[in-house]
Ligand binder design. Structure first.
Ligand code: FAD
Ligand code: NAD
Length: 469
């Protein structure tokens, strides 16, 4: 079989799928995906997780408002109905997207995996060869499983499979201390399962500001059984359909019995599925494909003509809004080689949809202190409790807070860290201010803040910063 020639080949149908716009109407495009069309966010990630997070949050809230004078009890959680509702919608979008692409005259879809055989040629699993002057690597990332005996048990799940199980397990053991572990611990706890979260170190959400990590760990331990400093040794299936999981803790063996194990111990880039390391620069430690600011893939530090990468395969952030932002840059650069744009990675925010919610943008306090010392400016830090503003009183909140970091002289905002109700929404005006260069006082006093909305916590935090501007 000869090599099929295309104008553009895209490998990966997550954010990669959004690259095909009107500029390609009269050209030949191939899109290759060996997994589920639409990629991680739609099928296994952001979208379905939040569809479980929302009912879990509502159920949890309902059961925890005694202090407001309301006693409520969630009596029935219909997991299978919830699952069917969620995936009826998602599967239809994935199938519809695939059918739409297949129906376009200018696009050929290959539903299989592919790897590079030279810098501009790919071979699919069935042996088809495809070549193009422009190729985009958008193959995302996948879960990493710890290498312990029993990890191949059918009771072991990752985020790819756990949302499709038939019934809510009575007991769930979650391994890991990152975003995925935090979100699923809340989902299963909120929906009524008995949750144990076992983590190998003593810090949850390590990439966050340490005050957030510490306060979140305190809240997690109040809601579910949190076991830190546990080193996973073995998983054994029992004859009654349960599993016994063995850990080492302070030199002693600890065994936990459970009905389901969710492994959430990180994700690695799918650079190896492409054999990218043979033809391009791939970081040995992170397995990320190296790109420049225009998203061009590098070889020996230099861009390879016509080859781009975006999203989890080349981005340390592993976030959908970053993959999408990078896709917009690649989409432009593919057709404007003379005036390429660069991705703005200055203020990348993230939120963890656990309970309480967490959101951050910019530097942690530790990083901001280091920057202030290096650059010789004074750092302003303000921690504003949600419980001290009017809406926080309404909620009788005693947990949530906002931490803002700024340059004392210039009022430049350097970072924001929020734990509490609607943290993922509360942080957005700060992201806006940082992106458009508004100083703390300009932001606080240059606009109205709706009274008595929860956003007043941001206004008060800004006013409390003691910056000159
Ligand atoms: C449980 C979970 C929850 C998440 N929640 C959020 C969230 O709330 N907010 C957020 O911003 N981010 C979230 N993320 C992260 C987000 O999903 C990813 O950052 C994003 O989907 C990455 O998009 P991508 O286009 O790079 O890759 P993907 O969407 O993963 O697409 C890559 C595609 O490439 C295919 N592929 C891989 N190798 C090959 C090959 N060799 N040949 C052919 N095809 C191949 C795969 O099958 C896949 O379909 C979450 C992730 C998970 C796992
Ligand atoms: N709301 C969101 O934006 C969202 C939600 C879910 C996932 N995501 C993205 O998906 C990515 C992957 O999430 P994640 O939670 O799997 O990864 P993570 O990197 O956030 O956390 C992985 C955790 O597992 C621990 N770990 C690693 N190896 C281990 C081992 N062998 N034994 C025990 N523990 C081990 C790590 O110490 C870490 O705490 C995140 O980086 C995030 O960007 C985003």
């Amino acid at each position: 079989m000869g090599t099929q020639e295309f104008d553009l080949i895209i490998i990966g149908s997550g954010s990669g799928n959004s690259l095909i716009d009107g500029n390609w109407d009269n050209k030949k495009v191939a899109i290759i995906d060996g997994g589920t069309f639409g990629g991680t966010c739609l099928n296994f990630g952001c979208i379905p997780t939040k569809q479980y997070v929302y009912p879990a949050t509502v159920a949890h809230t309902a059961e925890h408002i005694d202090h407001l004078g309301v006693k409520a009890k969630v009596t029935d959680v219909n997991w299978s109905a919830m699952r069917d509702r969620i995936f009826a919608r998602i599967d239809a979008i994935s199938n519809g997207g695939l059918d739409y692409r297949k129906g376009l005259n200018n696009v050929t879809v290959f539903e299989e995996y592919a790897h590079f055989v030279d810098t501009h040629t790919l071979e699919t699993d069935s042996g088809a060869r495809l070549s193009a002057p422009q190729i985009v690597l958008a193959t995302g990332s996948r879960s990493v499983l710890p290498n312990v005996p029993g990890i191949d048990s059918s009771l072991v799940h990752t985020s790819d499979t756990v949302m499709r199980i038939d019934a809510l397990p009575a007991r769930v053991l979650i391994l890991g201390g990152g975003f995925i572990a935090a979100e699923f611990a809340h989902v299963f706890n909120g929906l009524g399962a008995e949750v144990i979260q076992a983590h190998r170190s003593d810090v949850l959400l390590r990439k966050n500001d340490s005050e957030i990590s510490q306060k979140f760990a305190e809240q997690a331990a109040k809601q579910w059984d949190l076991r830190l400093n546990r080193s996973l040794k073995e998983i054994r299936e029992n004859s009654d359909g349960t599993a016994t999981v063995t850990f080492k803790h302070k030199g002693k063996i600890e065994e936990i019995e459970t009905d389901l194990i969710l492994v959430a111990t990180g994700r690695r880039p799918n650079s190896d599925t492409l054999a990218a390391e043979k033809f391009f620069d791939v970081d040995e430690k992170t397995a990320l494909v190296s790109v420049d600011a225009a998203q061009r893939v590098l070889k020996d530090g230099e861009p390879v003509d016509g080859i781009f990468a975006l999203g989890d395969v080349s981005s340390m952030y592993q976030l959908k809004h970053v993959a999408n932002a990078e896709a917009r840059i690649v989409q432009y650069n593919l057709v404007h080689p003379e005036t390429m744009r660069e991705t703005d990675h200055r203020y990348v925010p993230a939120a963890v949809f656990t309970h309480p919610q967490i959101a951050h943008v910019g530097l942690t306090e530790e990083e901001a202190r280091e920057k202030a010392q290096d650059e010789g400016f004074e750092l302003a830090v303000k921690v504003q409790n949600i419980g001290d503003v009017a809406y926080g009183w309404a909620m009788e909140d005693s947990v949530g807070f906002v931490k803002l970091l700024a340059n004392k002289k210039t009022g430049e905002l350097l970072g924001a860290h929020i734990m509490g109700e609607e943290a993922s929404n509360l942080i957005q005006p700060i992201i806006q201010a940082m992106s458009f260069g508004l100083s703390a006082h300009e932001m606080a006093r240059g606009q109205y803040w709706i009274h008595p909305a929860l956003s007043e916590v941001i206004e008060n935090a800004l006013l409390g910063l003691e910056t000159e501007k």
